[in-house]
Design a binder for this molecule. Structure first.
Ligand SMILES: Cc1ncc(COP(=O)(O)O)c(C=O)c1O
Length: 490
């Protein structure tokens, strides 16, 4: 591991000097009450500016990221984000805008929000939108509050929300946080919903049915129209978790299928960077009957101009300060405008082709989680390799030695030893071939019992972690007294 900046520190080496009392900085000297002043100087590292810059640039190259190499983390859609979108989000007209700027002075930004909302409605086949939620899970929670408000307005709040057992973890978490009971339905052997099992749990106490489509095993729900019909017949609402929307863009519109409400992870489908802690955005698109419950204020057209409209009296209220993560919304708008209808369709087609290219090239050695043709991601099971003594986690960690990120492991929970690969549409054939070759070599190593699998990752800056200790005793802060204790790495 490289040294921490504290370990590199040399007394007196710092090149930055702070003027002390007595200097007035042209009348701008900080007027801090003496009672609030420190008695002892803080223990900050001391290094010349050049070394500080190199230190942090060095750190930035240690972590894996999508600009470094392949990142097939299933369900997360770690695709390449065009840099032009970042440049647009950084235009001073956007970055210097205050959220309380009068409407007349923020016409460009308001127009962008209105047009992005219209674009998302068009793409999804929905009627109205809120751009406020700042993550997929935040969109889910907002939707569930709206679902509650919808049923309460009809005199019966209802009690439960139904999900398949393949649901992403945030779904049951959001349902519970919204005060609903989670009812889980077992999937059929083909990875899709078991219709009879669904029918058995739908009743007048069901507030909503929540499903990801294509589902979390990458398969399009074959009976989706029938499912939506059944749910509506029970008086419940249909919620689509739109995290996998990049498989449907320009091909299928969830609103046309009959969904009432859906969140979209702009930080997946619409090329907003994520995964490194960057801000995301989880707008909600809804059908007309859900529109009164949307959070406000809403950006709207006012004749030829743009402005804010107060929320409807039945609104659930605001779910984020001001208007959401504006920078993420700028990036998504740029992406949508750049691609247009034809480009969006190509996104979905290429995402599907890439996943199936990987499936076809590896299914002879890695067992498929489910038979059939997946859409934008493919779930393998390392069951064959487990028989040879190596688990999905060995394979995932060994892949890091090839300079690639691991696939998602052990999710979805319904596939034993799951390895979920989402290549995304932005990878070319040469990269996919390199990944396939690495996965085949790793399988061969399993056959031969290669010790590199046990010790992997062997070539990363941080070697194999003790996973249990890393979770139970995380060391999140450097303390001088603990320095030198490297016992969290095995
Ligand atoms: C299917 C699905 N639903 C919901 C989410 C939650 O989205 P977020 O991480 O933006 O909260 C994810 C995230 O990976 C997901 O894959």
């Amino acid at each position: 591991m490289p040294e921490l900046i504290f370990e590199k520190s040399r007394p007196g080496a710092g090149s930055f000097t702070m003027a002390t009392g007595g200097q007035d900085f042209g009348g701008l000297a900080p007027r801090c009450p003496s009672t609030l002043l420190r008695e002892k100087a803080p223990a900050l590292p001391e290094l010349p500016e050049g070394e500080v810059v190199r230190h942090y640039v060095g750190l930035s190259t240690l972590n894996h990221h999508v600009d470094k190499d392949f990142y097939p983390l299933g369900s997360c859609t770690m695709k390449y984000n065009p840099k032009i979108n970042d440049a647009l989000a950084l235009l001073p007209g956007f970055t210097a805008l205050h959220p309380e700027q009068p409407e007349a002075e923020a016409q460009g930004a308001l127009r962008l929000l209105v047009e992005l909302g219209e674009g998302l409605c068009e793409v999804s086949g929905m009627d109205a939108v809120t751009l406020q939620p700042v993550a997929g899970a935040h969109g889910e929670l907002t939707a569930l509050f709206m679902i509650r408000a919808y049923h309460e307005a009809r005199g019966h709040a209802r009690r439960k929300v139904v999900i398949p057992d393949s649901a992403h973890g945030t779904n049951p978490a959001s349902i519970t946080m919204a005060g609903y009971e989670v009812v889980q339905v077992k999937s059929a052997p083909d990875g899709c919903m078991d219709l009879e099992a669904l029918k058995a749990v739908l009743d007048e106490d069901t507030a909503a049915f929540m499903i990801t489509n294509p589902n979390t095993v990458g398969i399009f729900e074959r009976h989706i129209v029938e499912i939506i019909q059944l749910v509506h017949e029970a008086g419940a609402l249909c919620y689509m978790d739109g995290a996998n929307l990049n498989a449907l863009l320009g091909i299928v519109r969830p609103g046309d299928l009959g969904f009432d409400i859906m969140h979209i992870n702009l930080h997946k489908t619409f090329s907003v960077p994520h995964g490194g802690g960057g801000p995301g955005a989880g707008p909600l698109v809804v059908k007309e009957r859900m529109a009164p419950y949307l959070p406000g204020p809403l950006p709207v057209r006012k004749g030829d101009a743009f402005g804010w409209q107060d929320a409807h009296p039945q609104s659930i209220g605001q779910v984020h300060a001001y208007f959401g993560n504006f920078g993420a919304l700028v990036r998504a708008h740029a992406y949508l405008r750049r691609l247009g209808a034809q480009g969006l369709r190509r996104v979905a087609e290429n995402a599907i082709i890439n996943a199936n290219y990987v499936r076809a090239a590896l299914q002879d050695i890695y067992r498929l989680g489910f038979a059939g043709t997946p859409l934008h991601e493919v779930v393998f099971s390392a069951a064959n390799q487990k028989k040879l003594g190596f688990k999905a986690s060995h394979i995932a960690k060994r892949l890091l030695d090839f300079g690639m990120h691991a696939p998602t492991t052990y999710f979805p929970l319904i596939v034993p030893e799951a390895l979920m690969v989402e290549p995304t549409e932005t990878e070319n054939r040469a990269t996919l071939d390199r990944f396939i070759a690495a996965m085949r070599q790793i399988h061969q190593e399993c056959v031969e019992g290669n010790p590199l699998l046990e010790s992997a990752p062997n070539l990363t800056p941080v070697r194999k972690l003790d996973d249990v200790r890393a979770v139970k005793q995380p060391r999140l802060r450097w303390r001088p007294e603990a320095a030198g204790d490297a016992s969290h790495t095995a």
